[in-house]
Design a protein around this ligand. Structure first.
Ligand code: ATP
Length: 191
């Protein structure tokens, strides 16, 4: 079932952020959500994840679905290493060895037994991405997940995300048209 956002409204302190927003995300496909800063993309993602409540309107197609997420911030446990961060939330049938393989696949090296606080921004980003992808989910929501990765790395990580999410419903918030093309994703714009 597709995800349908129907007539969603949300205000903060009397300022309307979402004004009768309606849109759809295709089941089993990657859709990019674009729109100028401040248009409410993150707010919509938060409502989809149940982290915030809409003032009115509703969302269809998420009932009983497990959602995994990459937030704008990495939200890692700073004093734990990468593998421990991922192992905490990944599918219970995944081993530490499999986690290492996934980190290596997107070019991560020299991360072992180090607190993630000591890794570079691009390394931490990739840890957050692998953590989301190895969790159990039906729907994956990613808020500017590739921001800060250089072009070559972005290509590599996007290839990995595409492969790992085949057949899943994925929503990616981005400001970058190149990413939409590289992902061969559908595009939904917030006006
Ligand atoms: N908890 C909150 N309290 C008050 N205002 C908020 C809150 N969350 C978001 N806003 C406001 O809502 C508006 C939309 O914010 P949001 O982060 O959803 O936009 P966005 O489209 O994701 O922006 P960006 O592309 O810059 O990430 C902004 O004006 C923001 O200041």
């Amino acid at each position: 079932m597709d995800i349908k956002v129907v007539n969603l409204n949300k205000s903060f302190n009397g300022q309307q952020v979402l004004n009768n927003v309606s849109m759809a995300f295709k089941n089993g496909k990657i859709t990019c959500l674009m729109g100028a800063s401040g248009k409410g993309k993150t707010t919509l993602a938060n409502i989809m994840m149940g982290l915030q409540k809409a003032d009115s309107g509703h969302i269809e197609g998420l009932q009983g679905k497990k959602i995994s997420a990459v937030f704008q911030e990495d939200r890692l446990i700073e004093h734990w290493d990468a593998v421990k961060n991922i192992f905490l939330v990944c599918r219970k049938d995944f081993t530490e060895d499999y986690i290492h393989k996934n980190l290596n696949k997107i070019g991560l090296t020299d991360y072992e037994k180090k607190p993630v606080s000591s890794l570079s921004g691009g390394m931490r980003r990739r840890v957050a991405i692998v953590r989301a992808l190895l969790a159990e989910y039906d729907v994956l929501i990613m808020d500017e997940p590739f921001k800060g990765l250089d072009f070559e790395l972005k290509k590599q990580v996007i290839g990995y995300v595409k492969k790992m999410t085949e057949g899943k419903t994925v929503i990616i918030i981005t400001h970058d048209k190149d990413e939409v093309e590289m992902l061969k994703a559908d595009l939904v714009t917030m006006n």
